[in-house]
Design a binder for this molecule. Structure first.
Ligand code: AMP
Length: 407
């Protein structure tokens, strides 16, 4: 008996795991699949790279395989995700698994940034599994194209992200559309108060699964912190990419303006770099990602919004050119590297002004990252008093900052 079989998976899904080349369940899969298969609600701490998608996809799909699916089909599983990129990846993962069911499941992906009509067309004749971002799901529901009253399982993936940035209202409206009697699986990398509150409201006697974050964030990601003057970060980045031979780097900055600016400076330093904008057209984003994956681009510069959900196998290095505002964002950023056991490197640039903020992040994640200096880039700045007190860019954290930071 394989380790997957011990989890209670059906022969079809065991074949799916074998086909995917998965020989051992990841810790999150081992802990979450059995209770989810038993119909329990699950509250899981799981970062990107932990194998969480497999955990919920296997369990939710196996459960609908056992029940009759009349025509037209009614959605039985709803997978809610915060971004269209993540929706595409989750959709792909479901496709890889659903064909191994006794009755293959029909999947429809509903995401913004693309014309709604093909998505409405795809829903004709019903669907078994919906992968969606909340905004587009609501648009589709407003057109009476979706009946979610027969739902068996709701999955919230990256729940902290789903509640971030003003999406809480959309999420609440989606939840109001669902059948009351259903299973809920909630996955989140971090648990700020808003996620805890959501879990309280939504989950019924959940099984808590708490292995993902440590497994993904500590075991396989090497974190480095390099102290450098703010003005010299981009030249340092260009130097490190060349000197350390980083084949592919995802660079995080604070603003869209900085995206263009840093990408531009890297290009002038002779590196193939591009900005990755949250608000660029879907076509442009897809092209940039394809170039990055194919190795035609060496550095991608993104904001947290743009970089959300970027899931690239073998993304070896993530750089925090600007520090993230919150610990949630820090965990998500570094989770872009080190997928499922592969080693990854997360480098943060720290200046005198951001040292206090980084210390706060270290405190929240419960780790201390040794400070380094790079010869030729030794810092000359000293801390401003406000920054030393833990503020962001010289100001005290607002109530919203604190909320986002999970303080
Ligand atoms: P996730 O955390 O769901 O985004 O998964 C991260 C990556 O791990 C994906 O590329 C999966 O294909 C891979 N993966 C998931 N489960 C396993 C497993 N049991 N063995 C090997 N790779 C896995």
């Amino acid at each position: 008996m394989t380790a997957f079989a011990a989890l209670g998976l059906s022969p079809g899904l065991l074949r799916a795991a074998a086909e995917l080349g998965w020989t051992e369940p990841t810790p999150i899969q081992a802990a979450a699949i059995p209770p989810a298969l038993a119909g329990r609600d699950v509250l899981a701490t799981a970062a990107t790279g932990s194998g969480k998608t497999g955990a919920y996809a296997f369990a939710a799909l196996q459960r609908i395989d056992d029940i009759a699916r009349p025509t037209p089909r009614r959605p039985r599983v709803l997978l809610l995700v915060p971004t269209r990129e993540l929706a595409a990846q989750v959709g792909e993962a479901v496709r890889q698994v659903e064909r191994f069911l006794n009755v293959p499941a029909k999947l429809v992906v509903l995401v913004g940034g693309l014309s709604i009509n093909p998505q409405l067309m795809a829903l004709r004749g019903g669907a078994d599994v919906i992968v969606a971002t909340p905004g587009r799901l609501l648009d589709v529901a407003d057109k009476n194209a979706l009946d979610l009253s027969g739902l068996h399982t709701l999955v919230l993936d990256e729940a902290d992200r789903l509640l971030d940035g003003g999406f809480a209202d959309e999420l609440a409206r989606v939840l109001a559309l669902l059948s009351a009697r259903r299973q809920n699986l909630l996955f989140s990398a971090t648990f700020p108060p808003a996620v805890e509150a959501l879990a309280q409201r939504l989950l019924h006697d959940p099984v808590r699964v708490d292995v993902g974050q440590e497994a993904a964030a500590v075991a396989t990601i090497v974190e480095r912190a390099i102290v450098v003057d703010a003005a010299r970060r981009t030249p340092l980045l260009a130097r490190l990419i060349a000197q350390e031979g980083w084949p592919r780097v995802l660079v995080f900055v604070a603003t869209r303006y900085a995206c263009d600016h840093v990408a531009d400076k890297l290009r002038r330093a002779g590196l193939a770099a591009a900005a990755f904008h949250g608000d660029a057209s879907q076509g442009a984003r897809t092209q940039v990602l394809a170039d990055f994956k194919a190795g035609r681009l060496r550095a991608l510069v993104a904001t947290d919004l743009g970089g959300r959900g970027i899931d690239i196998a073998q993304l070896p290095v993530v750089v925090n050119h600007d520090l993230p505002r919150s610990t949630v964002d820090y965990v998500h950023r570094i989770g872009r590297t080190a997928r499922a056991g592969a080693a990854g490197l997360a480098v943060s640039f720290i200046s005198a002004a951001t040292e206090g903020h980084f210390r706060l992040i270290e405190k929240r994640v419960g780790r201390r990252v040794p400070r380094e200096q790079v010869p030729g880039f030794e810092p000359t700045e000293t801390a401003a008093p406000a920054a030393a007190a833990g503020g962001v860019k010289g100001r005290r954290p607002s109530k919203k900052d604190k909320l986002r930071a999970g303080i």
